[in-house]
Write a protein that binds this ligand. Structure first.
Ligand code: ADP
Ligand code: MG
Length: 176
């Protein structure tokens, strides 16, 4: 994995560096060359996640959102296997450092489905939310989010992913 401008393995990527940029509201760009890199970045962020945070994950099908999530959960100290909550929209893990709410809203037809599952208790609670396909529920997202965008660039290889992270107050329509 490389951070923005220089070559570096995941072991040399400093979470302090990432957090400093995030705290300033700057984009952090990481160049992932394998699933392990993506999971490792997730784990770094999971280790430092704080109560009430909402991570929005966007990117095409098969880009690595769940791989990132699995690393994130590990970083939070969640023991169990984490897979996409296909039929339930949200899967809750309570055995980590903080309650972990993993949403995958890919199959949601209407945001009302979010109301039905009581999403507000998750969004405005003391745990950490991570939402795959967050752009589909943009209208109910709070403004204060950590945005994670994962993109392929086939010119850089089949397993290459550019991961961009920013902690900010989003503007309406900004997540798509
Ligand atoms: P999504 O949740 O975005 O639909 P998944 O995380 O389920 O995607 O799947 C991503 C797939 O891409 C996995 O099969 C994974 O092994 C593969 N892959 C290849 N390179 C990478 C990479 N750099 N980062 C993440 N996943 C990768
Ligand atoms: Mg997924």
């Amino acid at each position: 994995m490389e951070s923005s401008n220089r070559e570096s393995g995941i072991e040399t990527i400093k979470i302090e560096e990432i957090q400093a940029k995030l705290n300033k509201g700057e984009w952090v760009t990481v160049h992932s060359k394998a699933p392990e890199d993506t999971a490792a970045l997730g784990a770094l962020l999971g280790r430092t996640a704080s109560p009430g945070q909402i991570y929005t994950l966007t990117g095409d099908l098969g880009v690595g959102k769940t791989v990132f999530t699995q690393g994130f959960a590990k970083g939070l100290g969640v023991a169990g296997p984490v897979n996409s909550p296909t039929f339930t929209i949200v899967q809750i893990y309570e055995d980590g450092r903080l309650p972990f709410y993993h949403f995958d809203v890919y199959r949601i037809a209407d945001v009302e489905e979010m109301e039905e599952i009581g999403y507000e208790d998750c969004f405005y609670g003391d745990g950490v939310c991570l939402i795959e396909w967050a752009e589909l529920i943009e209208e109910i997202l709070p403004r204060d989010i950590v945005q994670v965008i994962i993109e392929k660039d086939l010119e850089k290889g089949f397993d290459y992913r550019r991961i961009s992270v920013k902690s900010h107050f989003k503007r309406p329509g900004e997540i798509k």
